[in-house]
Design a protein around this ligand. Structure first.
Ligand code: HEC
Ligand code: HEC
Ligand code: HEC
Ligand code: HEC
Length: 146
């Protein structure tokens, strides 16, 4: 009886360990499908709605162009490490040097697309509604003309 019990516990434990590793692994590789960015934890009442982000279109970049974790002002995050959500650190309002989540995304995504556009290379969207297609905001038209 005793032995059977141990075997069962051993089995349960090994299944749990394998599951944990699978999850950790799944969260370190660059997703091959488009992901939808919707930070419900921070934007409780989003004005603009979800944004589709295609990792594969950004293959030419380094992971660390977007993913970071700072220690003594240096980015210590490396490919293969777990990827935390931007909203794990960037919140509704800025906290010192940690800009608010909305600015974090816009500074990263929009600024790069604008920079690449100036260089006349293929780039990503810079108009509000191209990233936020479900948006009904009136402030989009102005940006759309640029
Ligand atoms: C390159 C893509 C991109 C463009 C262009 C862009 N955004 Fe965003 N925006 C994002 C992403 C990504 C988020 C984060 C969404 C989330 O985490 O839920 C975001 C978040 C927001 C938020 C906060 C969340 C919400 O829905 O309330 C607002 C407001 C917003 N954007 C407005 C705008 C406006 C206005 C423009 C045009 C001037 C614009 N965005 C252009 C990608 C973009
Ligand atoms: C152009 C910017 C950019 C580049 C380059 C980039 N990522 Fe991402 N990645 C993101 C954003 C934005 C998210 C969504 C974060 C969130 O939901 O908070 C994300 C999410 C992830 C996730 C989590 C996916 C999920 O479904 O939870 C993993 C894993 C990941 N990236 C790995 C990588 C790896 C590995 C590389 C390099 C080979 C890479 N990324 C390159 C912007 C980028
Ligand atoms: C582990 C915490 C953490 C995560 C996760 C994180 N950030 Fe940051 N981010 C920081 C900190 C801290 C800084 C400030 C660094 C400094 O200047 O010392 C920063 C700075 C930035 C900046 C530069 C601020 C500026 O001047 O505009 C941008 C843009 C940014 N993050 C976007 C993102 C995006 C987009 C994601 C998700 C793909 C993300 N961050 C994930 C902690 C984080
Ligand atoms: C460091 C530069 C950089 C950053 C950061 C970046 N992008 Fe891009 N993005 C590009 C470039 C360059 C392309 C064009 C790639 C190509 O077509 O070869 C692109 C393409 C795209 C496309 C595809 C457009 C199409 O016509 O299919 C989308 C959507 C997009 N980006 C969204 C985002 C979002 C959302 C973020 C922020 C989470 C982001 N990008 C961050 C450089 C960047």
């Amino acid at each position: 009886m005793m032995n059977k019990g141990r075997v069962v516990i051993g089995l349960i434990l090994s299944v749990a360990v394998v599951a944990a590793f699978t999850l950790a692994y799944a969260a370190t590789k660059m997703p091959e499908q488009d992901i939808t960015i919707l930070s419900k934890d921070v934007f409780k009442e989003p004005k603009k709605g979800p944004v589709v982000f295609p990792h594969p279109k950004h293959k030419a970049l380094k992971c660390t162009d977007c993913h970071h974790e700072y220690k003594d002002e240096k980015n210590v995050w490396q490919e293969g490490q777990e990827v935390k959500k931007c909203s794990a650190c960037h919140k509704l309002e800025a906290d010192g040097k940690v800009v608010k989540l909305e600015k974090a995304y816009h500074d990263q995504c929009v600024n790069c697309h604008k920079k690449v556009k100036v260089e006349k290379k293929p780039t990503g969207p810079t108009a509000c509604t191209k990233c936020h297609p479900k948006s009904t905001g009136g402030d989009d038209k102005e940006e759309e003309k640029k």
